[in-house]
Write a protein that binds this ligand. Structure first.
Ligand SMILES: [Ca+2]
Ligand SMILES: [Ca+2]
Length: 303
């Protein structure tokens, strides 16, 4: 259990042991390295501003925006929904290899917090907000070390997200509500196994329930589904975005219309391509984050 405790401590964040004084700040912070990396500046201004510095009109619906997670420093970089030059940086549990980011509304307040999935022990660590601090929920769910991939969503429509896992070997989804871990509350097979699918989830039809999708980086094919049960039926099928083995899918309500759509992150170009619903599946494309720095994309509603 010692190893497990160490991982949980890591996931809770970098805190000094209680008997030792806090370490002096490093001479060069990882934030600085990120900001000085080649490519378009991810955050030209506003990184240190309070979140509520951005005032949206009262008629504006919440919109998803994209973010990038840098595993080496545990850094989450979040884009403003409208503007590359503003955003937010937060940090959670860096330094462990294999960590994957998630973001979701873990407490039903309408805003998302960040989280991490540790694949070797299959542990989730979730924080209820974008500010600094340790995670609010840590639990083991699923099988560690088996190549399972994390996804999150509101599986029951109560406004609070749960977590899930996808097993590529049999194309099975395992989903749960709540933060106690244990057995999956919802499990089903969807899609052909071992064909290089990456899982994602979203509310594709706007009914408040999040359901899965599969994305094949080599072909750019998305399979969207509106049900949480066994079957091969697909509700929407299309190709989108650049193709290649390094492409990563994201999903969010990019237009604030209550229906989710997909996107693709191209790490080599440092570009996001978001599929818009309002204009016949057209693409919104922009650079975000430094090129050539290993990072995982995610989406969140944070303002
Ligand atoms: Ca829920
Ligand atoms: Ca739905």
């Amino acid at each position: 259990m010692g190893w497990f405790s160490k991982i949980l401590d890591k996931l809770r964040g970098d805190r000094p042991p209680p008997d030792e004084p806090p370490e002096a700040p490093a001479e060069e912070s990882p934030f600085q390295a990120l900001l000085e990396a080649e490519g378009p500046s991810p955050l030209e201004a506003g990184a240190e501003e309070e979140v509520d510095a951005f005032q949206f009109g009262p008629q504006r619906m919440p919109r998803s925006t994209v973010g990038l997670f840098y595993p080496s420093g545990g850094i989450f970089l979040l884009r403003h929904p409208e503007d590359n030059r503003a955003g937010l940086i937060t940090q959670l549990g860096g330094g462990l290899e294999g960590l994957r980011p998630v973001a979701g509304d873990w407490n039903g307040d309408g805003l998302h917090g960040v989280g991490l999935y540790e694949p070797n022990l299959s542990v989730f660590a979730l924080r209820e907000g974008m500010g600094g601090g340790e995670s609010n929920h840590q639990f083991q769910f699923g099988t560690g070390g088996a190549g399972w991939l994390p996804l999150v969503g509101d599986w029951d429509g109560d406004g609070i997200y749960g977590v899930g896992l996808y097993n590529p070997a049999n194309s099975a989804f395992y989903l749960t509500n709540g933060f106690d871990g244990g057995d999956a509350q919802i499990a089903f097979l969807f899609g052909p196994p071992n064909e290089g699918w990456l899982p994602l989830a979203g509310d594709w039809d706007g009914d408040g329930i999040h359901t899965p999708a599969l994305y094949q980086p080599a072909t750019g094919l998305f399979l969207l589904r509106n049900r949480l049960c066994d079957g091969w039926d697909v509700d929407e099928e299309f190709t989108f975005g650049p193709v290649g083995p390094s492409m990563q899918p994201v999903a969010g309500d990019w237009e604030g219309c209550g229906r989710w759509s997909v996107g693709v992150y191209d790490p080599e170009e440092g570009e996001f391509h978001l599929r818009l619903l309002g204009d016949g599946g057209s693409s919104k494309q922009f650079s975000f984050g430094p090129r050539g720095v290993p990072a995982w994309p995610f989406s969140a509603v944070w303002i």
